[in-house]
Design a protein around this ligand. Structure first.
Ligand code: UD1
Ligand code: MG
Length: 395
């Protein structure tokens, strides 16, 4: 417990360091050509991009510095050094470090989508190896209503490792595609981190306290550096976080989900990202055309954001296109206009869906609405995880 208190002190310092470093590093990034233009503003100023690398480095350094403190007793008495726990932490740091490097490479080189899927899979391998050596538990507890068909538990073997690898790919990319308006990438990550911390604190008294203490040791410095980044990325953004931040965040959440064994709960905290991913599937798999940017369209006359659109040429329509469009229209999930040659629909992101259902709104209001939805989903997740869990599991 004392180590958590020291960690909070360390994390407060890391917040202050990140907050101080970001404005100082801005010009360095612009001079290196790492900048973007805010597409939802009139001003065409250069805004430094990939600043997530600053918060990511401070986050990792905080944990590095903390290693001698948390493993202090083991270092004094080397015969009893907890090698398993140390390997777990090192594997976690290696995977996050890999994603920092790959995210930064993506910001500099603009990698293709296939690499965005392949790289997190490779970066998660150290984690899976440690999981195999330390736990190798590949058993799923079956929910009570399904037990008459499958029994109490199912051992899914190698499939469990595939599931964990896919979790890393999902977490890293899901944050990156729910993006494009000031403060949203960092805001959603801060809410998820805070949700995990609350969950850890609740569970700290249970029999899984070691796993939750491990998770806290990662999430507290992560949240501190993320909040410092949010201060500079909030509307009107003075810095962009880049894919570096999205990848580091996703991998950090995947690391705690896998090594602390609560991947289902973490997925509950990812509900808005899951909805956004499922809604995006037709565009991600190019069933419906997907432009380079799907972020909302800014109107300088009204200073409001409107849903952005994509065009489908009628002559190029296939049976699959028609079917997907029919389903989306039936469920009122798209805003569709039609003329003789083409069909125009909104880009399928949760951000645009909010604009369709709630009407055009200023950028800051849209970010706030999406973050409120994220908080609402956290409340729902806790409701499912606690009062409702007894309907599905023996708790
Ligand atoms: C993902 C999304 C893309 C979205 C983009 C916005 C998918 C498949 N890809 O692409 O639709 O447009 O994120 O980040 O869903 N930007 C702003 N305001 C912001 C944040 C970003 O205008 O608050 C713009 C800037 O021009 C910035 C650029 O977005 O330079 C960054 O985009 P990038 O992260 O490279 O896009 P992707 O992650 O590839
Ligand atoms: Mg991005």
């Amino acid at each position: 417990m004392w180590s958590i208190i020291v960690l909070i002190f360390f994390s407060t310092i890391s917040y202050l360091v990140t907050d101080e470093l970001i404005p100082k590093m801005k010009n360095l990034f612009i001079n290196a050509g790492l900048y973007g233009i805010d597409l939802c503003k009139i001003s065409k100023d250069k805004i430094p991009e990939a600043i997530g690398v600053v918060s990511g480095c401070v986050f990792l350094v905080t944990i590095f510095l903390f290693i001698p403190i948390v493993f202090g007793n083991g270092l004094m008495d080397r015969g009893n050094f907890p090698h398993n726990e140390f390997a777990e932490l090192l594997a976690a740091l290696l995977s996050i470090c890999c994603m920092l490097l790959l995210g930064f490479a993506d910001d500099v080189l603009n990698l293709k989508w296939r690499y965005k899927l392949l790289l997190p899979t490779i970066a998660s391998l150290p984690l899976l190896v440690v999981y195999y050596v330390n736990f190798n538990s590949t058993t799923f507890i079956v929910p009570i209503p399904l037990r008459q068909f499958f029994g109490v538990s199912i051992n899914i073997g190698i499939l469990y490792y595939i599931y964990m690898g896919m979790l890393a790919v999902f977490c890293t990319n899901a944050i990156n595609i729910l993006a494009g308006i000031n403060g949203l990438e960092v805001g959603q990550s801060a809410v998820i981190a805070l949700s995990i911390i609350i969950f850890d604190i609740i569970e700290l008294r249970g029999d899984q306290f070691k796993a939750h203490s491990f998770s806290l040791h990662i999430m507290i410095p992560y949240l501190a550096t993320t909040l410092a980044l949010l201060k500079h990325n909030w509307y009107p953004s003075k810095v962009f976080v880049g894919d570096t931040f999205c990848y580091v965040s996703g991998m950090t959440f995947a690391v705690v989900a896998i090594l602390s064994h609560f991947s289902k709960t973490v997925l509950l905290f990812f509900l808005p990202q899951i909805i956004n991913f499922l809604y995006s599937v037709p565009q991600l798999f190019h069933i419906i055309p997907c432009p380079r940017h799907r972020l909302p369209k800014y109107s300088s006359e009204t200073n409001l954001l409107y849903p952005s659109k994509t065009v489908i040429i009628k002559k190029e329509l296939t049976a699959l296109n028609k079917f997907v469009l029919e389903v989306l229209t039936r469920f009122r999930l798209v805003d569709k206009q039609e003329d003789d040659d083409c069909i125009i629909i909104n880009n399928m992101t949760l951000i645009n869906l909010f604009l369709i259902k709630l009407g055009p709104m200023p950028e800051v209001q849209l970010t706030t609405s999406l973050l409120l939805f994220q908080i609402l989903c956290t409340c729902l997740a806790f409701l499912i995880r606690y009062p409702m869990a007894s309907y599905f599991y023996d708790v």
